[in-house]
Write a protein that binds this ligand. Structure first.
Ligand code: FAD
Length: 504
């Protein structure tokens, strides 16, 4: 069986959905977006965190049904647990102190990818996090479009004396020579503020806009096909001609012909699919990086004008400090800092502060890892449960990364001193490599077709006329900030390139 369409998108996470939205808005071409995983909710791409608890739990257990998500039958006592909505690359991994092999590497396999599970922090990169070979005006405009698609706002939570007090105290301590846009401030969040003060979190539904509605999609020539693994991109003489698709529930394998092919299948499985298709440039899977992460709990001395009723929940925990951003700033603070009220934290803290009566916030510091080509995905001869090349990660922290973690621990104390103190039982801990879920660099873009990158600044695979990539794997710089806004912006640039070159 063959099908002919104009554009094939593999992967329906934020990157794939951005391609779908931008291309559907810019052309009447027919678009097919496939995903190996199933739809988890009734609204296409809705963020699972918006659902009431029973529906949320049902969605998580549905996500666990993906063949690679099976929990091993004899889990060791100290085996790492995947974050809700994700499954580990190596389900038997334990968190080793050396971080070798990135034990916590994980992925999501469902319609919307990780973009229906994410915490929605959308800061822009700064300083050396930025991509120097993309013209600033182009990047600026792509960020604006990305922020519009994701519904990014700094008003997700209402400003309270407590949240304002946190920002003021951080700026007193860390302002140094920061420009205005790099001062501590409310975190830009992908969400829509609600009257009850609890934001509605954006999933890929926000990116899709009216295309989240199946009838609108049919009318506008976009199909989102779940449970459909792309096994291979078909190529001939520098052209991608289509793909072999595999319907997981029935085992049917069929071919789709397409004029343009886009792979946005996350930073691990995009290289995997290219490798399986015989597209193996030297840089593929190399320069893999994840942001080393330090977390702690901070007791906050509530400002004297804070109303105790609105600042401190009955159980003593803060519930209205929202999410605060302390931006990456070199050389004094080479970390991305986020302070989160407890119910917004993506990490469940084992210990909670014991300083009853004081608001507590979770502090996360993300480091920009030293980039090395030897941190990479190794593709093995054997295949995984889906018939794709099995992946193993060669990965470790360098002496510079370890020194950075020491500095981050010291920075935790500084944040504690600025706000009140590090909570008893909430002292800084380093999370196993991979926990950030922000994997980058593995199919990165670059200014020239050399062995250090896989694709052009417009995310077109070097040597191919019509094969494009999306997702965090295209990000070529060492970043501390959350990557999704950047990869959505890069997908906008890539989609504009496709519109110009194929559908003008
Ligand atoms: P994904 O969202 O991972 O989607 C990739 C899709 O490709 C998946 O659905 C997968 O099933 C599909 N796929 C893979 N291989 C194939 C194949 N061969 N054939 C067909 N389909 C395939 N980021 C931030 O910036 N800020 C945050 O605050 C933040 N918080 C997070 C919190 C959590 C709990 C999680 C899980 C993630 C968080 N992230 C955050 C990360 C963010 O979700 C990712 O950066 C983003 O989803 C990446 O988008 P993507 O489209 O590249 O990939």
């Amino acid at each position: 069986m063959t099908h002919d369409i104009d554009i094939l998108i593999i992967g329906s996470g934020p990157a794939g959905s951005t391609f779908a939205r931008h291309l559907a808005d810019g052309t009447s071409a027919t678009i097919l977006m496939v995903d190996a995983g199933s739809a988890l909710g009734t609204v296409t791409g809705e963020n699972i965190r918006n659902l009431p608890t029973p529906a949320r739990e049902a969605a998580y257990s549905m996500a666990q049904k993906f063949p690679l998500a099976a929990v091993p039958a004899d889990p060791q006592a100290d085996v790492l647990q995947a974050r809700p909505g994700t499954h580990l690359l190596n389900p038997r991994a334990t968190g080793t102190p050396t971080h070798q092999g990135m034990p916590a590497a994980a992925m999501s396999s469902n319609i919307g990818g990780m973009g229906v599970h994410w915490t929605c922090a959308c800061p822009r990169p700064g300083g050396s996090e930025r991509i120097s070979f993309i013209e600033p005006a182009l990047m600026q405009s792509a960020f604006e479009t990305a922020e519009r698609y994701l519904h990014v706002t700094q008003q997700g939570f209402p400003a309270t004396p407590l949240s304002e007090g946190i920002i003021a105290a951080l700026n007193q301590r860390f302002a140094s020579d920061r420009s205005r846009e790099r001062l501590a401030q409310p975190m830009p969040l992908a969400c829509t503020p609600q009257p009850d003060g609890k934001p509605r979190w954006s999933g890929t539904d926000a990116i899709l806009g009216e295309l989240r509605d199946a009838d609108v999609r049919t009318r506008r020539g976009l199909e989102i096909r779940p449970d459909t693994l792309c096994r291979q991109i078909l190529t001939q003489d520098g052209e991608a001609c289509g793909a072999l698709l595999y319907h997981l529930p029935t085992g049917q394998l069929y071919r789709v012909n397409a004029r343009v092919v886009i792979v946005a299948a996350d930073a691990l499985r995009t290289p995997q699919l290219l490798y399986a298709s015989g597209i193996r440039p030297y840089a593929l899977g190399r320069w893999l990086n994840d942001q080393p992460q330090v977390i702690a709990l901070i007791d906050v001395d509530a400002p004297s004008n804070a109303d105790a009723k609105t600042s401190v929940a009955a159980d003593g925990r803060d519930n209205v400090s929202g999410v605060t951003w302390l931006p990456f700033h070199e050389p004094d603070f080479p970390f991305h800092g986020q302070l989160m009220q407890m119910d917004t934290s993506p990490i469940a803290f084992k210990q909670e502060g014991q300083n009853a009566g004081k608001p507590v916030v979770g502090l996360g510091l993300f480091l920009a890892k030293e980039l090395r080509e030897e941190d990479r995905i190794i593709f093995e001869e054997q295949t995984d449960a889906l018939g794709m090349p099995r992946m193993r990660l060669a990965y470790d922290l360098t002496p510079a990364d370890l020194a950075g973690l020491d500095r981050a621990r010291a920075a935790v104390d500084k944040v504690g001193a600025a706000l009140g103190g590090v909570a008893n039982g909430g002292e800084a801990i380093i999370l196993p490599a991979g926990t950030s879920l922000h994997y980058q660099g593995s199919h990165r873009i670059g200014p020239e077709d050399d062995d250090t990158c896989v694709a052009s600044p417009a995310s077109r695979v070097w040597g191919f006329n019509n094969l494009y990539l999306g997702g965090n794997g295209v990000i070529p710089t060492a970043t501390g900030c959350n990557p999704t806004l950047t990869s959505v912006a890069l997908a906008v640039i890539a989609a504009d390139d496709i519109l110009r070159r194929f559908f003008a």
